[in-house]
Write a protein that binds this ligand. Structure first.
Ligand SMILES: Nc1nc2c(ncn2[C@@H]2O[C@H](COP(=O)(O)OP(=O)(O)OP(=O)(O)O)[C@@H](O)[C@H]2O)c(=O)[nH]1
Ligand SMILES: [Mg+2]
Length: 697
């Protein structure tokens, strides 16, 4: 069956870890008739958490797609992990969905990951709903949770459903919009059914209804006038007002319930289908077409175009490319062009997913999310479009990895195979990156945290049986000089017939940070033939690679050759290379050489209560704090510059310092000199490393 674009709804389910997202979605799918029996996290058979690792750890690790049909509408859901290590999966869900459903645990109120997700949704102007979950548990409070939402986000949530009782006394919810009750089903395997609102809920219903009318009238002068005049709105007017206000992000609809008891799902599904924004109703997608910026509105009548927002390489189904269709209709046999490389291909069969289960579909219309299977050439962030109109949608805005680990195969022969597996993992998860660091000669994987990296490595270990060992990565120190100096070096050797002869005199001087290498020929006359200059430069390069104090590459030095001498027979390029190396080494030794270390810009986000600990820890890490500002919701941002060497375990340490609530962003800023004890330790460690390398060879 083909769905019409205005009846498609895409909802990303997000929120702090363990708020009950996956459990709620399972019961939404059950209530909506997409599955016949709801499973639980404990049974390990939910639609959404189907990965072996997800089942074993009882947490979501990857975004997963599922859907249901409600009346004529198709509702797609992307369930996302709550742990900040997997934030990349949340970003792709936000990108491909028109609205987000944020879960707030009724027992705790808004937690830190949810605050961060809120900020990210706000910056994208995505409409947000809030579901206060786990209201069947002790100490849960709907009203307190909504107060907290109001406090932290400075918005007034508008309750669409309210609970009947709380904790052990939770008896169901009342749908404020429709004025009906949904009593708690006798078991979570029973569907919710409408019933009259009990008399003891009448007052609460009236109170919340008034707030709902007010919200619906907000932003529409005509409705507001009518509401102020008569104190009421018709159901049609209420729907229209809410729909507009929600799509514009002016109101935040709030829901009550308990996924695990199937309480609160019916009204939620109905609301999303009738009031949720259709893909076509939102702001157009920015894109590039023929080098110019354009904005493309979701529209089924235009030629086809779609964005690949996720790639999954599955051992059973092979390669799955998740697409969001923006214009036109994708259908099998359609010829498409990939904006990245201009490559054309014909689409094969198309699918949708119910968790891990592929379901074939005849077409994927504009606004819908679907799957292209087994296309080897598609990558995440590719735009495909009908061959006559190539364009490129903007890529996902993913955070930069913050945690690095050096990795190698225990068995050197398996190194290539390990790399292949790492690169495959990096294709599936763009926040997991693999890089060979030529300066430290290590393969370094990086990601959003220790948990994410460990889970990727576990998966590789389980699937390929390759044993890998991991280490804290080496820091890419560099060396430079701090004053001018000169040296002279003569390379002279008399062996058998031909001898070797070359003499050079060098001036070296420090350059500004980041200028790298410079060479100047200051020779007068023909003391050294032009033909030997390349050999001399090669010698300088070699000496710069080899380092002066600790074997790290030398940077930001200008070398000038001021004098030299050659022999008519014994001079050669090789002889000049050797002399040049010697002269450079001597000259830089006289020029107060120093070690340089990478210094990073660090931005830490912590709850106020952890601020003191995190600040004093940063000064212990030789950090220089440059700013501190409250972001609202009790979160403070700290800006600092900290040497990279002090941050190698920061992802782990910050988590333990803040009971997993802190997070940070980090990027390279500059190289700075180090001296004294710190430099001595680096020199010692480098010498030990070289001895070890030599022994291994
Ligand atoms: N009592 C009760 N327990 C719940 C409810 N919803 C979820 N749980 C339990 O809470 C735990 C976490 O639930 P999940 O559905 O995995 O939560 P999640 O938000 O998807 O977690 P992550 O994806 O790991 O962030 C599980 O043990 C669930 O059984 C609820 O409404 N009531
Ligand atoms: Mg989950």
């Amino acid at each position: 069956m083909a769905y019409s674009t205005d009846l498609i709804r895409n909802v990303a389910i997000a929120g702090h870890g363990g708020t009950g997202k996956t459990t709620l979605l399972e019961h939404i799918l059950f209530q909506g008739g997409a599955i016949s029996k709801p499973e639980t996290i404990e049974s390990g058979k939910t639609v959404s958490d189907y990965g072996e690792d997800e089942i074993a750890r009882k947490i979501s690790v990857r975004a997963s797609l599922s859907h249901l049909t409600y009346k004529d509408a198709k509702l797609n859901f992307i369930d996302t992990p709550g742990s900040s290590d997997f934030v990349g999966e949340v970003v792709l869900a936000f990108r491909s969905c028109e609205a987000a459903l944020l879960l707030v645990d009724g027992r705790t109120g808004v937690q830190i990951e949810t605050i961060k997700l809120w900020r990210s949704l706000e910056s994208r102007s995505k409409p947000r709903m809030v579901f206060v979950s786990r209201l069947d548990e002790e100490r849960a409070s709907f009203a307190k949770s909504l107060e907290d939402v109001k406090d932290k986000f400075k918005v007034a949530p508008v309750a669409i459903t309210i609970p009947m009782g709380e904790g052990a006394g939770l008896k169901g919810v009342v749908d404020v919009l429709k004025g009906v009750a949904y009593p708690a089903p006798s078991s979570h395997e029973q569907k919710e059914a409408e019933a009259p609102v009990p008399a003891d809920m009448a007052a609460a219903l009236a109170e919340y209804r008034a707030k709902l009318y007010e919200a619906a009238a907000e932003g529409d002068d005509e409705l507001m006038e009518k509401y102020l005049g008569s104190g009421e709105l018709s159901p049609e007017e209420t729907l229209k007002g809410l729909k507009e206000a929600f799509a514009a992000g002016r109101i935040v609809p709030a829901f009550a319930g308990a996924g695990l008891r199937n309480i609160g799902t019916a009204a939620l599904v109905d609301f999303i289908a009738t009031i949720g924004p259709s893909p076509a109703s939102l702001a157009p997608e920015p894109a590039t077409e023929a080098g110019a910026s354009v904005e493309i509105r979701v529209d089924p009548a235009k030629p086809a175009s779609a964005l690949v927002f996720k790639t999954q390489i599955d051992q059973f189904s092979g390669r799955l490319s998740y697409v969001k269709v923006i214009t036109g209709v994708l259908a099998p046999d359609l010829e498409i062009v990939n904006a990245r490389d201009g490559r054309k291909e014909k689409l094969g069969k198309l699918y949708t997913l119910q968790g891990k289960k592929l379901e074939e579909v005849k077409e994927i219309p504009a606004g819908d999310i679907g799957i292209i299977a087994k296309s080897a050439s598609l990558k995440t962030n590719d735009t495909i479009s009908a061959a006559e109109r190539p364009l490129a949608y903007h890529p996902l805005r993913l955070p930069t990895p913050v945690h690095m680990i050096a990795i190698s195969a225990v068995n050197k022969k398996e190194e290539d195979k390990l790399n292949e597996n790492l690169l495959k993992a990096a294709e599936e998860d763009l926040t997991f990156q693999v890089r060979f660091n030529a300066e430290t000669k290590e393969t370094v994987v990086s990601g959003m945290g220790e948990l994410q990296i460990n889970m990727v490595l576990d998966k590789i270990r389980n699937a390929s049986k390759i044993a890998a060992e991991t280490r804290v990565p080496r820091v890419a120190y560099r060396e430079t000089i701090t004053k001018k100096a000169s040296a002279e070096y003569t390379h002279k050797k008399q062996t058998g017939g031909h001898g070797q002869y070359a003499r050079v005199v060098f001036d070296v001087e420090p350059l500004e940070r980041g200028s790298g290498y410079q060479f100047e020929n200051k020779l007068f006359g023909q003391s050294v033939s032009k033909g030997f200059i390349p050999g001399i430069e090669k010698g300088i390069h070699q000496a710069m690679e080899a380092g002066i104090v600790a074997g790290y590459p030398v940077v930001d030095v200008k070398t000038a050759i001021t004098d030299g001498k050659e022999h008519p027979v014994d001079s050669s390029e090789m002889a000049f290379k050797i002399a040049s190396r010697g002269a450079f080494r001597e000259a830089t030794k006289n020029a107060n050489p120093v070690l340089l270390e990478p210094v990073m810009n660090l931005r830490v986000f912590v709850e106020e209560k952890n601020l003191g600990d995190v600040m004093s820890d940063l000064s212990g890490r030789r950090g220089r704090i440059s700013g501190q500002n409250p972001l609202g919701g009790g979160i403070v941002e700290i800006d600092a510059q900290v040497p990279q060497a002090e941050l190698l375990r920061y992802a782990i340490d910050l988590k333990s310092m803040t009971s997993s609530t802190g997070s940070f962003e980090v990027e390279f800023d500059h190289y700075a000199p180090i001296t004294g004890k710190i430099a001595e330790d680096v020199i010692k460690a480098a010498a030990a490393f070289r001895t070890q390398e030599e022994e291994e060879e």
